[in-house]
Design a protein around this ligand. Structure first.
Ligand code: SAH
Ligand code: TMP
Ligand code: ZN
Length: 406
């Protein structure tokens, strides 16, 4: 039996995705022999409703000076985080005098640069020094640290209490939630708010987007699991707002119990989550079967295309693609290379399967017959710039919302 990372109850794992490498661990040939793998198993806690990884690599193995994900590579995400920042400024801290905003997982400053431009006091906390360097160059005040209770105490000693704690796509990365929530409580003024968004369990279950499961994502949250987790620390869920990003995310707003009005959205989402079974173990057994079917169907399609002699390139070396590629057993026989716009990934090889990662220019210079769209969460942005590929007769292999050629 394993203990739930959220509430400490016994939980049972319901599925293994097999041996997995570090999802953002793009590597050079000489590093192949030392590549780290772990058994990627998942479990569901029927007590607190938290979906979680059973084992996660050490945090320093994932977040360090070579972190490969730079938030600023997507223009759409830049617009999304501007809207997030405006919401915090206009709806949550507007009436405060000299508000102070702290973001964790602030990465290259994609969100906080807005506060910086508005002259609002802010601080970013991110342990990956390479991305934090970029944030600083963008005029964003940043410290290179893992946020936890101790880090919060240091911030308060230097800058005072914060009006808002914000985060995107990082809360679900952190297994030591008790220290994080205690840190949030230390950090915030008594009427402060915590606002964060992460990939949503409801979307993963509905669309079988199991590629949201990888080393960094130790949790996939729902409103039910977030409410249960924060409740034990005297905080309550006061609002939720679904987001389109990352194939379906949820934004959660939390405050100290009784300090702010609770939106009717909260009761509505609890009802919806119970309706789609996010509170029941059986739902995850169906999900497991759906993942197995996905693997078979995607492999069949790739074999069919390759059988006709069509060359396939992967499009966007997303962290999510590491799960698809390694779970489905996709090899360099299937996909010649993956193109990606991130310089630190180019010239390296994908984690586990060691598929070469090339620059986007290489794709444009010599189009393949097919492109397997790993970056489906950026589909609109990508389609808009790949008319040349489609005009050359190129076809997309997509797997969200379903597996097909288009
Ligand atoms: N918020 C950005 C980046 C998400 S990637 C976006 O949504 O695009 C996750 C980031 O969280 C990485 O930059 C990683 O270094 C950082 N991170 C991981 N653990 C952390 C912790 N304990 N405290 C603060 N940041 C953390
Ligand atoms: P994400 O899915 O985790 O946001 O990762 C996005 C990855 O996709 C990142 O490596 C950059 C890459 N990318 C491209 O290669 N081309 C594009 O047009 C976009 C938007 C992203
Ligand atoms: Zn639990």
């Amino acid at each position: 039996m394993t203990k739930c990372l959220s509430c400490g109850s016994d939980i049972e794992k319901f599925m293994s995705f097999g041996k997995m490498p570090i999802a953002n661990g793009f590597l050079k040939k000489e590093q192949f022999d030392d590549e780290y793998f772990f058994e990627m198993e998942v479990g569901f806690c029927s007590e607190c409703k938290m979906f979680q990884l059973i084992n996660q690599p050490e945090r320093e193995q994932m977040f360090n000076e070579n972190y490969a994900f730079f938030s600023g590579t997507s223009k759409f995400m830049g617009e999304h985080f501007k809207e997030f920042a405006e919401h915090v400024r206009d709806d949550l801290v507007l009436e405060k005098e000299d508000p102070f905003i702290v973001e964790i997982g602030s990465n290259d400053g994609i969100m906080l640069k807005n506060f910086s431009q508005w002259g609002i006091r802010h601080l970013g906390v991110d342990p990956s020094s390479n991305v934090a360097e970029v944030a600083r160059a963008n005029g964003v005040r940043s410290i290179v640290e893992f946020f936890d209770k101790e880090c919060a105490e240091k911030i308060v000693a230097e800058d005072g209490n914060a009006d808002a704690f914000i985060a995107a796509n990082v809360m679900c990365h952190i297994p030591y939630m008790d220290s994080i929530i205690e840190g949030i409580k230390v950090l915030l003024k008594s009427d402060g708010v915590a606002v964060f968004e992460d990939p949503y369990l409801g979307s993963v279950i509905e669309k079988t987007t199991f590629d949201q499961i990888y080393d960094e994502h130790v949790f996939l949250f729902s409103a039910l699991s977030i409410s249960n987790l924060f409740e034990t620390h005297g905080m309550e869920l006061i609002d939720v707002e679904p987001q389109e990003t990352h194939g379906g995310s949820m934004r959660y707003v939390l405050a100290n119990k009784g300090m702010r009005e609770v939106s009717p959205n909260v009761a509505a989402i609890f009802n919806k989550e119970r309706q789609i079974g996010l509170d029941k173990t059986e739902t995850f057994l169906i999900f497991k079967k759906n993942c197995e079917d996905f693997k078979e169907k995607l492999n069949d399609l790739i074999k069919e295309v390759r059988g006709k002699g069509g060359k396939i390139a992967g499009y966007a070396a997303t962290s999510k693609s590491t799960t698809i590629i390694n779970y489905c057993g996709i090899t360099t026989e299937d996909i010649e290379y993956i193109c990606d716009t991130t310089p630190i990934k180019q010239g390296k090889f994908s984690p586990g399967a060691h598929i070469p990662v090339k620059a986007h220019e290489d794709f444009q210079k010599d189009y393949p017959e097919y492109a397997l769209l790993f970056g489906y969460n950026h589909e609109k942005e990508i389609m808009a710039k790949e008319e040349g590929f489609m005009n050359s007769g190129g076809k997309w292999i997509v797997y969200v919302p379903e597996i097909m050629v288009k």
